[in-house]
Write a protein that binds this ligand. Structure first.
Ligand code: GLA
Length: 347
């Protein structure tokens, strides 16, 4: 019996019927483009969410978080609060109406590495198997995104759920978030990914995220295009008012960076990551002064090709492309200079 199964048993008194797992993700390039039909380049990280499920035969779900040491009881058909909506939303959107016991545990750090998508996809995978639902990995990701929209209240794009459902830790997943066409690509040769947690808790991430999204929607409306994906040259943006111009310039230039990165060598890929960070910091304004310090330390390191914030921003994690075999050494040196609060997440 796995640790998940035996812990489920000690909480609920019987063995679970099924266990599902799904990873967090780190995004290498293509930030804040996925709600404008753009391009992204995430990879899965080794950390994952684990979800074990049994049927309890009653009228209410019992939801246990091993991270929080907390059990919530939520009537079937209700949403619940705290971590419940991720689970009740996944159950309901799969059309399941019977009462379940659900045990969850995750080692995906919160803050830019898609801990929510990992939880949703682990739950959805378990439910798919338990009820033998004819859903493919893309459909599962789209249900996960719907859970965010309808149950959690975050108007996210589709990158995180697609990455958790379809990416692996050995490749970058090049995803066109409009067509959902995708390709697994190798990292630039001679490189590896390093992920550090800045130790800055994310603040205002929800409201800042929805505000940015509204701004770029307004920009595309003023430009008369369906999405900023349809703008290929920043010179077309000059009709926009200053703030919207900067927001849109980030999205349009970020899409171009992702497309260029597909065939870039390590040095060029790193330069594109650095440019992405500058754009997120200056034009999109979703970085944080302490995150900028950590990114600058990484960028200055001789074994680092490039570095940037990753995920929605406002604190959280940073990603660097480093020389193969050097990640742990780079992390130790950079974190010693950075000081309190920083941690290595993925060497
Ligand atoms: C969050 C969202 C994603 C994406 C990123 C920013 O992770 O869930 O859909 O928009 O922010 O790139």
């Amino acid at each position: 019996m796995s640790r998940a199964e035996s812990t489920f048993q000690s909480v609920f008194g019987y063995a679970p019927a099924i266990t599902g797992r799904a990873p967090g993700r780190v995004n290498l390039l293509g930030e804040h483009t996925d709600y404008q039909g753009g391009f992204v380049l995430p990879a899965a990280i080794p950390q994952q969410a684990t979800v074990s499920i049994g049927k309890n035969g009653g009228h209410a779900h019992r939801l246990h978080s091993a991270n929080l040491h907390q059990t919530l009881t939520v009537e079937v058909g209700e949403v619940g609060t705290g971590f419940a909506p991720y689970l009740t939303g996944s159950v309901a959107l799969c059309g399941v109406h019977e009462a379940l016991d659900i045990w969850v545990w995750s080692d995906v750090p919160s803050g830019g590495l898609s801990s929510s998508a990992a939880l949703e996809l682990a739950t959805l995978r378990a439910i798919r198997e338990l009820y033998r639902l004819p859903l493919d990995d893309v459909q599962l990701a789209l249900i996960g995104q719907k859970v965010e929209h309808e149950y959690v209240g975050v108007m996210c794009g589709v990158m995180d759920q697609m990455a958790s459902s379809l990416a692996d830790t050995e490749h970058m997943l090049f995803l066109d978030t409009r067509s959902l066409e995708r390709r697994r690509l190798p990292l630039p040769s001679g490189t590896q990914i390093l992920v550090l947690d800045s130790g800055v808790p994310r603040r205002l991430a929800g409201s800042g995220y929805n505000e940015r999204r509204a701004q770029v929607e307004e920009a595309s409306r003023l430009l008369g295009v369906p999405q900023l994906r349809d703008v290929h040259d920043v010179s077309q943006l000059s009709v926009l008012p200053e703030l919207l111009y900067r927001r849109a310039r980030h999205v349009v230039s970020e899409n171009a960076r992702v497309l260029e990165a597909l065939t870039a060598d390590a040095a060029r890929f790193g330069t594109l990551m650095n440019a992405s960070h500058a754009s997120l910091q200056g034009d999109y304004q979703v970085s944080h002064p302490q995150v900028d310090v950590l990114v600058a330390l990484l960028q200055a390191h001789p074994q680092v090709y490039g570095a940037r914030m990753t995920g929605a921003g406002f604190g959280g994690a940073v990603v660097a492309l480093v020389q193969e075999g050097q990640a742990a050494q780079v992390a130790a040196e950079v974190l010693a200079q950075y000081g309190a609060g920083g941690q290595m997440v993925v060497p």
